[in-house]
Design a protein around this ligand. Sequence first.
Ligand code: FAD
Length: 448
Amino acid sequence: MFSFPLSQTDPIRHPGPPPQTSDVVIIGGGVIGVTTALFLAKRNMSVTVLEKGRIAAEQSSRNWGWIRKQGRDADELPIVIEACRLWQQLAEECGEDIGLTQTGVTYLARTAKDLAKFDGFMKIAADHALDTRLLDSGETAKLFNGIAQRYAGAMVTPSDMRAEPWVAVPALARLAARSGVTIVENCAARALDVSAGRITGVWTEAGRIATSTVLVAGGAWSSLFLRKHGVSIPQLSVRATVAATGPLPDIHAGAAADAHVAFRRRQDGGYTLAPGGSSLLYLGPDAFRHATKYLPALMANPLGTRYLPAVPVSYPDSWSTARDWQPDAVSPFERMRVLNPAPEQSGLQSIERNFKALFPQFETVPIKTAWAGMIDAMPDVVPIVDRAQAISGLFVATGMSGHGFGIGPGIGRVVADLIQGNDTGHNLHRFRLSRFSDGSALQLGPAL
Ligand SMILES: Cc1cc2nc3c(=O)[nH]c(=O)nc-3n(C[C@H](O)[C@H](O)[C@H](O)COP(=O)(O)OP(=O)(O)OC[C@H]3O[C@@H](n4cnc5c(N)ncnc54)[C@H](O)[C@@H]3O)c2cc1C
């Protein structure tokens, strides 16, 4: 039965203890950290994943569960195509039912003008021989049982997939552990131990691990951790609200969204719903520090973000969150084991209203539970996947900007090769760390 959210009251399934030495230490037990660890372990490296709370308890379980090629940035697309193959392979390897099904992703357009916005991606899709196609109004209506809204059309990628995130990422973590990865939950990485510009270890709340190589895959916390070590990334977090219904008759097997509501059928027969429109940014010190970098995104979608001045205590960008600390003292990461924002009431009301307007056959929309997550955003809506030049042995894979679940295993495989010094098979220039400081013009990724 569906139960959510994952929280710090859940049992610790990977108690550790942390080893004294490890070839690679990965900070963060989300989809990126877990899949990178898995691929490294398959190549006989000793790997430790440190998770301050519980595996996948932040973004990696709170997401919608869409695994989509559709609407991707052109430079992400080859990696997400690979990720789709890897999802299928890993679902078999882990031997658990993670709800992976190829039921497609559909973007709905109410007007001809909205439909025209898909043209850019249709060209990218053609370059990569995707099965993405445009549907007319009649074809769109046939995709959904009893839909009341008449759309101008839609863009659909039938080969896109869905999975149950809160099942999938913990299952991948168990596969990683069986493959030799040491996972330690309830164990924050406090700081890097750096000597003469090289990593020599990681300070954790349970002692020091000697290592030469660290991957920061800390989601919404990466910027706080890196900044302590002089690596500045313009990462901010925005709150996004989600709701889950109980089982409902099948109105659509896949995932779909228009400007007002997004929905995705779950394995248990319920729907995961989210409001369209804007997300919420708390205005902490980093929001002001990086404001100018976000101007292009802001101008492209002026109503896309709302702002609240009061950042909740112990959030990564809270005014009272320490920006520096000693490795032998409690760090901000232990003060917030699981970032668990409250869902926004107005968002929940709009979900119910808009879903019901689309499917009036449901007299009520039985919302069983609701939650929110803090999406780690970058100004150009694409992640950082790179080594940090300033500190030898430091790698960064973060800022997945709201679409890191689907691409997760692809990024994990790429980062494993990056760490081993192999050819990654993909052009990672777009995802370089230095793009925010090397004077290059910001290239805004798609907000589709
Ligand atoms: C509401 C919502 C809907 C979304 N929908 C989709 C979707 O449908 N499809 C899609 O592809 N993506 C979606 N995303 C985005 C996706 O969930 C994320 O991009 C992805 O999960 C990021 O994975 P991650 O491993 O980088 O970060 P996270 O999953 O956030 O994991 C980072 C982990 O690092 C840990 N950590 C941080 N600092 C430390 C430290 N110092 N020591 C130890 N541990 C630390 C944290 O506790 C956390 O568990 C959505 C996100 C949200 C919030």
